[in-house]
Write a protein that binds this ligand. Sequence first.
Ligand SMILES: *Cc1c(COP(=O)(O)O)cnc(C)c1O
Length: 360
Amino acid sequence: MIPAAKPIIGDEEREAVDRVLRSGMLAQGPEVAAFEAEFSAHVGGRHCVAMNSGTSALHLGFIAAGVGPGDEVIVPSFSFAATANSVALAGATPIFADIDPATFNMDPDHVETLITKKTKAIMPVHLYGHIAAMDRYEEISNKYGVKIIEDAAQGHLASLNGRNAGEFGVVASFSFYPTKNMTAGEGGMVVTDDAEVARVLRLLRNQGQEIRYRNEIVGFNTRMTDIHAAIGRVQLRKLPGWTAQRQANAAYLDANLKGVIVPHVAPGTTHSYHQYTIRIPGGSAEKRDAFMAGLTERGVGSGVYYPTPIHRLPSFMLDLNLPQTELIIKECLSLPVHPSLSQADLETIVSAANEVAAAL
Ligand SMILES: *Cc1c(COP(=O)(O)O)cnc(C)c1O
């Protein structure tokens, strides 16, 4: 079975962990500081603050950016639940926008219609590694005075006109969960161009203290350990090569898949293919699920990200009309694109998908 996703852990990661274990210093320390400095080089030299998860990075990012009770934050409903959870955890209200079915990302025209006096921020998600319409969000941000916060959990090295994900928002949050384009085991990184926001983030993640036992504010413990940072540093060095391999795999799939809609890449963007997500045309979840079952029979793993829009999850249960979101949840299917695929794997994926498409 070709897995839908596969973290790559090598000897260098094992040696890095061993080095930290031997040092006897396991909690946040020099490895975290080095990881933050090295990550900064990929986000235009912005301040980087490591956290124990992408969700913590989003949650504390909102607090540090001054988003809280009484504020509305516009988010896509077609995303992972953590996108909206982080808004709610900060005490603000998520307002769900529809998507552009071409890129699967939040639709800036719909976002503009949802802005009210309470709107404090908009949070685009760079879904599947396709950067959101950040040029449009910068216009909207200037026009209405709302903040941009990026959910860059899937956006490592995705770019628009030469600017990487993480270089647009007052804060941007990345995830290092094992299936993301790079991992630290678990972990997250908040990126900001504001030194004061960065200072508050460092306080919030460590019980509100910069100097031990001199707690300035009420804070959390969302620190990253040096063990995780050591893994993240090794993976970060490999990220550009892995991204290029994902792009080469996607190019092969683009050129050879038939009877399905392959991922769109908007002008000026670089897609980093966290997922390679096709559409099975027809607007039918049964047809998509049959396609998926056909792939499984042929030894090809695949995944539906995400089968339920966030606003309809039991945790939110809102009655909204988001027609493009409802269409895409029925048609989307993510094929393997990870960098450990061999040429033979790619050929298996293409022949399986084309056989299933021809038979449906
Ligand atoms: C993975 C992910 C998160 C959460 O990151 P964790 O590290 O798992 O907490 C948030 N938003 C999106 C879009 C994600 O894919």
